[in-house]
Design a protein around this ligand. Structure first.
Ligand code: AVJ
Length: 343
């Protein structure tokens, strides 16, 4: 009615059918048979788990989100790679911002705003497995940053990055991976993810990575063992998720929450320990001869790891994946680091 020209400013491309990642049932069966027993932490994030994680981010003990936020607020303007000098006068450059795990919109909005403030147009490409999380992020951006065009990819990282690699553009691109989510991966998994990131970049492009750093246990431990017990509920929720989705027969009272910061290994390990000998019905995760999984009393199931990186480890990861660091920012206490790498 306003007479303004209306253009479609966003699209969600659903690639979830191509996701060859193992499904929850296979993952549960294989993880429980593995020694040490483990579950994949991506199954922590159903609707309940995602809400719990949001609440964790507000905890006084959970320094990560707030520290990274502060670094972004102070330095966002220096983070997007500078505009190319080959640009003809009067032409406006478009910078593509690709976010792995896009959906947590307040941090990325700081970056998107910095891109617009640099006089460039901005195309934002969030990659997330959850189409509903993407829809929410898109709605939020429409309200706060209507000038940003959004092309969302509903896919896991591997599929999403592969799609980007097969659809090259002339626009400069920066891939963004915040929140120290890289810390959930074992070394070999982290290196292959970083290589997939690099493969989706061309010379001149950039990768912005936020990572938690090694620090004294009296700061790290409480962040994963909070007074309210939210982290415990978050980790335990993986059992409820398996019960709900796969009709498995986990009982919360059979398990204890165990959290250990192992400075020697540079990681927090979050596990559930069997309080007695158990035979757990696997529900739809059962395979032909095996319908139950036995656990000895005292045995643990590793649910999540959270790496606390040293600079040497970060430099090693960059090198392994073929990146060169060209800028980095940290907070006054040196707790968290945001770094920009170049292919
Ligand atoms: C989302 C991976 C950054 O490891 O700190 C928070 C997840 N787990 N509390 C982290 C988490 C328990 C979180 N990351």
């Amino acid at each position: 009615a306003s007479g303004l020209q209306v253009r479609p400013w966003y699209a969600v491309l659903d690639l979830t059918a191509q996701t060859h990642a193992r499904d929850f049932a296979t993952s549960l069966r294989e993880g429980l048979s593995h020694r040490p027993r483990r579950l994949e932490c991506r199954f922590l994030y159903d609707a309940v788990g995602s809400k719990l994680f949001e609440a964790i981010c507000e905890l006084p003990e959970y320094y990560l989100t707030r520290t990274e936020d502060a670094i972004l607020r102070h330095h966002a303007h220096a983070m997007p790679p500078p505009q190319s000098s080959r640009l003809l006068p009067g032409n406006r450059e478009t910078l593509e911002i690709v976010e792995l795990g896009g959906g947590s919109s307040s941090k990325i909005q700081t970056i998107l705003r910095a891109v617009l403030d640099s006089g460039r147009s901005c195309l934002y490409i969030p990659i997330d497995v959850s189409p509903t999380a993407l829809q929410a992020a898109v709605a939020d951006l429409a309200r706060h940053l209507p000038r940003v065009v959004v092309n969302a990819l509903a896919a896991d990282y591997e599929v999403g990055l592969g799609w980007l690699k097969r659809h090259p553009t002339n626009h400069p691109r920066m891939i963004v991976f915040l929140g120290s989510t890289l810390g959930n991966f074992e070394d070999d998994e982290a290196v292959s993810l970083l290589r997939a990131v690099r493969a989706a970049l061309k010379p001149g492009d950039a990768f912005l990575l936020g990572t938690d750093l090694a620090k004294p246990p009296e700061i790290v431990q409480p962040a994963y063992d909070d007074h309210q017990g939210l982290t415990e509920r978050f980790i335990r929720n993986v059992l409820d998720h398996a019960n709900r989705e796969l009709d498995a027969g986990f009982r919360q009272e059979d398990f204890l929450y165990r959290v250990t910061y192992r400075p020697d290994r540079g990681r927090v390990e979050m596990a559930l320990e069997a309080r007695r000998a158990l035979s757990i019905p696997l529900g739809r995760a059962a395979s032909k001869p095996i319908s139950n999984m036995s656990l000895d009393a005292g045995e643990t199931v590793l649910v999540e790891i959270s790496r606390k990186f040293t600079l040497d480890e970060l430099m090693w990861l960059a090198r392994e994946a073929g990146f060169i660091e060209d800028a980095a920012w940290t907070d006054p206490k040196g707790w968290f680091r945001v770094q920009r790498w170049r292919p």
